[in-house]
Design a protein around this ligand. Structure first.
Ligand code: APR
Ligand code: PHB
Length: 391
């Protein structure tokens, strides 16, 4: 098999890249180790920055998002039993975000790719990337019980944090910057209308809680739990009781309970691999960087990477110049590090560290109070949350 761009992974990064390249007349093949049903069921985050919405729309993947996505003009911060709203359009000159689940983005992109795009092979597991330093890189993969080879001009690793593409970068070249957190998120889906019409990020001495949503009828809720906690160690009543404690306010706000349909625990990690390119191998999305979910930046960063890469590959096709491919890594990393900074700030402001001191707890409250009382501080949060421009 031969193609111009071999793409490993059919998460949002790989799927959107294939779509953008198709629009530019560049052929690609996507290899995905899981089956279609698995990729379409996997629960992930659900906040799209304005820039992400614009890109999906321009790629022809915005129809259902425009119908079913929910525009959100702010979030609520909750601490010390008080509520404070951060008004995005007022602070950013009109920007907002859209609540539309990553799973739905993937479903839309898969349907488009199968209808109009190049090959998208499910249950095709990449085993290794070879020859990245030469002109003819290859991906060795297993599909339908046979080992096969995909010959490419370029290979893009969109295979997430646990993928194989990053391993093709020699250790002498790789630099990893990382931080793990001593807590994770227990996430649940519940068949009940969200108890608030915007997302609520709550800091409580017992731990962080987040009230989010998937639709006007489905709530998505999270609780800070110890790292590695077992989701089945929590009964539904215990989860609702704990959410209620952490979200409680002094006014008449109430949490509405409903049947929990899914439970899982997500670890929290900050991670950046530099550089994001080695020869003819490019890394995009979670394959290159991870943010803790507190800033809702993971999907948006993946979109920024592949927009930058599609532009660089198109430039190369049209002009023969490698200039934008050469600056891909540095161009992406500037935006990546801003998202890392913001996600770290949000995480450390809202999650009491189980080994932290009372002093640190007071500082968290002071940081929240600063956002609640200073337009400059609130603007800083609103700008980062609604997203930094791509490239
Ligand atoms: N061969 C083929 N496919 C692979 C391999 C492999 N060896 N290893 C992993 N994959 C696939 C996974 O099954 C997955 O479908 O690569 C895909 C990677 O997708 P994501 O993990 O969704 O990563 P990405 O597309 O970069 O999207 C980033 O996902 O994890 C969230 O919060 C993160 O929202 C962010 C987004
Ligand atoms: C979600 O709805 O899953 C979600 C929302 C906001 C976040 C993280 C996750 O910061």
């Amino acid at each position: 098999m031969r193609t111009t761009v071999g793409i490993i992974g059919a998460g949002p990064a790989g799927l959107l890249l294939a779509r953008l390249l198709r629009d530019a007349g560049i052929d690609s093949v996507v290899l995905e180790s899981r089956d279609r049903a698995y990729v379409e069921q996997r629960q992930r985050a659900g906040i799209l920055e304005q820039g992400t919405v614009d890109v999906l729309r321009a790629a022809g993947a915005g129809e259902r998002m425009d119908r079913e996505g929910l525009r959100h003009d702010g979030i609520e911060l909750r601490f010390a039993r008080r509520r404070h709203r951060v008004d995005f359009p007022a602070l950013t000159g009109g920007r907002s975000v859209t609540v539309y689940a990553q799973t739905e983005v993937c479903k839309d992109l898969i349907a488009l790719q199968l209808k109009e795009g190049g090959p998208l092979l499910f249950e095709a597991e990449a085993l290794a990337v070879e020859g990245a330093e030469g002109d003819r890189p290859v991906v060795r993969f297993r599909h339908e019980g046979r080992e096969q080879v995909l010959e490419c001009d370029y290979v893009v690793g969109c295979d997430g944090f646990w993928g194989v593409a990053r391993q093709a970068v020699p250790a002498a070249v790789s630099r990893v910057f990382e931080r793990t957190y001593p807590f994770g998120w227990l996430g649940v889906l519940a068949d009940v209308a969200p108890s608030h019409d915007e997302l609520v990020y709550a800091r409580h001495d017992r731990g962080f809680a987040l009230l989010s949503m998937r639709s006007p009828a489905v709530s998505r809720l999270y609780l800070q739990v110890p790292a590695g906690a077992d989701p089945d160690g929590w009964s539904d009543d215990e989860i609702w009781d704990e959410l209620e404690r952490r979200l409680e306010t002094d006014d008449d706000w109430r949490l509405t309970r409903g049947p929990i349909t899914q439970k899982s625990v997500t670890p929290m990690r900050s991670y950046v691999h530099e550089p994001m390119r080695h020869g003819r191998l490019f890394l995009a999305g979670d394959a290159a960087h991870i943010v803790p979910p507190t800033g809702a930046k993971g999907l948006n960063l993946a979109v920024g990477d592949v927009v930058t890469l599609a532009r660089a590959l198109t430039h190369r096709r049209e002009t023969g110049s490698d200039e934008l491919l050469d600056s891909y890594s540095a161009d992406c990393l500037r935006r990546v590090w801003q998202a890392e900074r913001f996600s770290y700030d949000m995480t450390t402001m809202l999650h009491p560290d189980p080994e932290g001191t009372p002093f640190e707890g007071r500082l968290q409250l002071a940081r929240l109070d600063r956002i609640a009382s200073s337009r400059a501080a609130a603007t800083d949060l609103a700008e980062a949350y609604t997203g930094f421009p791509i490239g």
